[in-house]
Ligand binder design. Structure first.
Ligand SMILES: Cc1cc2nc3c(=O)[nH]c(=O)nc-3n(C[C@H](O)[C@H](O)[C@H](O)COP(=O)(O)OP(=O)(O)OC[C@H]3O[C@@H](n4cnc5c(N)ncnc54)[C@H](O)[C@@H]3O)c2cc1C
Length: 711
């Protein structure tokens, strides 16, 4: 599943707004990482990650830097935390989504696939900082592939500055706010007299206190209820009257109960430069509740809804508008209510999120803009190789090993092994994905022996086996070398650091859809369409290290229970490897620690072990590509892509690169890809270099350090 990183000045837990509504919906298609502004922590830098909703990771940086927000002084620390997040969660080339231009410098640390600027308020900063902020927004608009605006005023403004701007005003959770009616009232206002005028939202510098105090003074018998947190303003500036009731911040779930008991809803926003572009979402929420609305003359309320809401252009006329709204004849009131219902019917957060998603997809496909490193790299390729291998998992390692000295192996991580890496946790060595890597093929067994066999695996897990390739590679290996683009027309790969390299033949071991993404607009529509037809399943492996002597009650060493866990594998230690399947349509039920807790509870429910105190180490690995889903007879899209690539000197090796449901052993896949490359090169260019075989290498004494054994 693709990743989406959001940089936001809005705290996830503070008032439910557009970002939370959108991200919880986009999380059906993306792994969302919501990166908040940092908080001060004298203990030092760390990233707090919570999962408040399926597939949504709220990342709160803690730093020792006193400056607030995405300040420049924070950037070095934030960049490091971000890089760790990217590598620990395998974020690949994420879609990056910004709510604030202040976060712009962090984009340099990302290999963004698509950059989205969701502009819902005019960025504002005091004094000197205003100029810097304007410059950053200008740069962001240059970089962004897509700009969304939250209202007509912002739309008109940004449209002049970017070619791909879409006005997608905030929407409404209509069922939530339609839960009003006679008899429903919040307990804390239930004894309050009518008529009641209510407002909910953040009470900050945009709030207009004069209109509210005038209203309270003009009608001391009317009650004014203000629900919401007070932020960024001096509490003393707020009007205090016996008939003004501040309820403080309340959960989203309670808002309908408050509205239900109000006679008129208020939008008392100050009308000034700071609110020139404000488009309050609550106007739709009030409409969903079907209540009369009185607003100050905010342009983005008056323009679309001036015929539905009562508008008071200054404080005194705000009071008259409230009187009109309250005393409006039933027929006129019903006419407005019908118009409100039509507005609400025509909008939904689901539809807004869906529209955004399709625009993001469209951009990804068109790949209109090229990221910075590509252009200079095109001008100066730095290297030329006979064969380049993309990815140093087992398939890439095997390919490079068989290709010999003229190969260049490129790997994005800082070590080899790909999905066969291992991680140490609490004295346990956990293999990524619990791969068995068994085979009866004599050549594969020979290779296992060359790599150190069972003794290596017993020492350091699959990682030790994969590291066994290192002394055998005669070509060059570059780690932390993420390929950002592949340009078949120029036989060129471009790395995210801006360097590039020309190849005669390329072998890709990255999953096929990811390779098609790397081709950008060089891939014709039919190839991209075929790629989007490919279906797969992802898996999360949770590993639990258990206290010595823990008694396991398991039906078999490898079994498939019903429910959350698709597969349970018993490991030495004792330890358990648990597989949880997920997909685009069926995301993980929870993530991070919450998921591990759920797995432990599930193990106890299944009776595998008794006390959760038995768990002394926990670790999880994500396998975004865990299973190819391909119905029999549905080979056409794969064949189409493979033919197109082969005609452009690109070979595929490995289960996910070749998109096979019947994969051959990954070592053989690498060997066969190397043979195809050598054959093609010998036909095209010159006689092939003799390929090393395991037997040859062994007889040459190249592996004397590894005792011969099989696994
Ligand atoms: C439980 C389990 C048991 C298994 N048992 C067996 C078995 O017994 N025998 C068998 O043959 N197979 C087995 N498999 C399957 C096998 O493990 C996988 O097919 C194999 O690990 C995939 O290796 P790979 O090299 O093809 O891909 P990966 O290991 O995914 O390697 C791809 C590499 O490409 C790198 N990469 C990706 N994008 C970029 C980029 N843009 N730039 C640079 N580098 C990039 C990645 O970082 C990664 O290192 C098993 C799988 C599972 C889940």
């Amino acid at each position: 599943m693709q990743s989406l990183i959001v940089f936001s000045q809005f705290r996830w837990d503070f008032a439910l707004r557009r970002p939370q509504h959108l991200m919880t919906r986009l999380a059906r298609d993306f792994r969302v990482f919501y990166f908040e502004e940092p908080v001060y922590d004298p203990r030092g830098a760390w990233l707090e990650i919570r999962v408040p909703a399926p597939n949504v990771h709220v990342c709160r940086p803690h730093t020792r830097v006193p400056e607030r927000g995405f300040a420049d002084a924070q950037m070095p620390v934030l960049a490091e935390l971000l890089e760790n997040l990217i590598s620990s969660h395998d974020l690949g080339t994420p879609v990056v989504w910004l709510y604030t231009p202040w976060a712009l410098p962090l984009l340099q640390r990302l290999d963004a696939k698509t950059i989205v600027y969701d502009c819902i308020e005019e960025p504002a900063a005091p004094g000197e900082a205003a100029r810097e902020l304007a410059a950053r927004e200008h740069s962001l608009l240059k970089l962004a592939d897509l700009v969304f605006t939250g209202g007509p005023s912002l739309f008109r403004q940004k449209q002049a500055l970017h070619e791909n701007v879409h006005n997608l005003p905030s929407s409404v959770d209509k069922d939530h706010f339609a839960a009003v009616g006679p008899g429903i009232d919040h307990a804390e206002q239930a004894t309050m007299a009518h008529p009641r005028f209510g407002f909910f939202g953040v009470i900050d510098q945009r709030f207009e206190p004069v209109s509210v105090s005038l209203l309270a003074d003009a009608h001391p018998e009317w009650q004014i209820v203000l629900v919401g947190p007070v932020a960024n303003i001096d509490l003393r500036t707020l009007p205090r009257r016996p008939n003004i009731h501040y309820m403080g911040e309340r959960p989203y779930a309670e808002l309908p109960q408050f509205i239900s008991g109000w006679d008129v809803c208020l939008l008392p926003f100050a009308v000034n430069a700071a609110t020139r572009f404000v488009s309050p979402a609550k106007v739709l929420e009030y409409m969903a509740a079907g209540k009369p609305i009185v607003a100050t003359a905010l342009p983005d309320v008056v323009e679309p809804f001036g015929h539905i809401v009562h508008v008071g252009r200054h404080a005194q006329s705000f009071v008259s508008a409230c009187e009109r709204a309250l005393g409006e004849p039933a027929a006129l009131r019903e006419k407005r209510a019908a118009m409100m219902r039509n507005v609400v019917k025509a909008t939904s957060w689901d539809a807004t999120a869906e529209k955004m998603l399709s625009l993001v997809d469209e951009v990804a496909h068109r790949q209109q803009k090229r990221r910075a490193p590509v252009a200079p790299a095109l001008a100066r390729p730095t290297d030329h190789r006979r064969a380049i291998v993309l990815g140093a998992g087992p398939a890439g390692l095997s390919t490079a090993y068989h290709l010999g000295k003229e190969s260049l192996l490129l790997e994005q991580h800082d070590r080899v092994g790909g999905s066969c890496r291992s991680f140490e946790e609490g004295g346990f060595v956990f293999d990524h994905g619990g791969h068995a890597m068994r085979s009866n093929d004599p050549y594969v067994l020979e290779m296992y022996a060359m790599l150190g066999g069972a003794s290596a695996k017993a020492r350091g897990g699959l990682q030790a086996l994969m590291n066994g390739f290192l002394p055998q590679l005669r070509g060059q290996l570059r780690l932390q070398a993420r390929v950002a683009r592949v340009l078949p027309s120029k036989h060129l790969v471009v790395l995210s650091d801006g360097t590039s390299c020309v190849y005669d033949k390329l072998v890709s071991t990255v999953p096929l859809p990811a390779l098609v993404d790397l081709l950008g607009e060089e891939a014709p529509t039919r190839v991209r369409r075929a790629s989007s037809d490919l279906r797969h399943e992802s898996a999360r492996w949770v590993h639990l290290g258990l206290a010595p002597g823990t008694e396991l009650q398991v039906p078999a060493l490898d079994f498939e229970p019903q429910g959350l866990l698709r597969r349970v594998v018993v490991l030495e230690g004792p330890a358990l490897a648990l597989e949880i399947a997920y997909s685009r349509r069926e995301p993980l039920p929870s993530d991070a620690d919450a998921l591990v807790d759920r797995c432990i509870a599930e193990c106890q429910r299944l009776g595998l072990f008794e006390s959760d105190g038995s768990v002394v180490a926990r670790h999880q690995f994500d396998l975004p590509f865990a299973r190819v889903l391909l119905e029999p007879g549905q080979q056409e899209p794969v064949e189409l892509i493979r033919h197109w690539l082969r005609a452009r000197d690109i070979e595929l090796a490995g289960e996910f690169a070749e998109w096979r449901t019947d994969p051959e052993h990954v070592f053989l896949a690498g060997k066969h890809a190397a043979e195809r490359v050598e054959d093609a090169l010998s036909r095209k260019l010159r006689p092939a270099t003799p390929r090393p075989s395991v037997a040859h290498a062994m007889s040459a004494g190249a592996i004397e350090r590894h005792p011969s054994s099989t696994s």
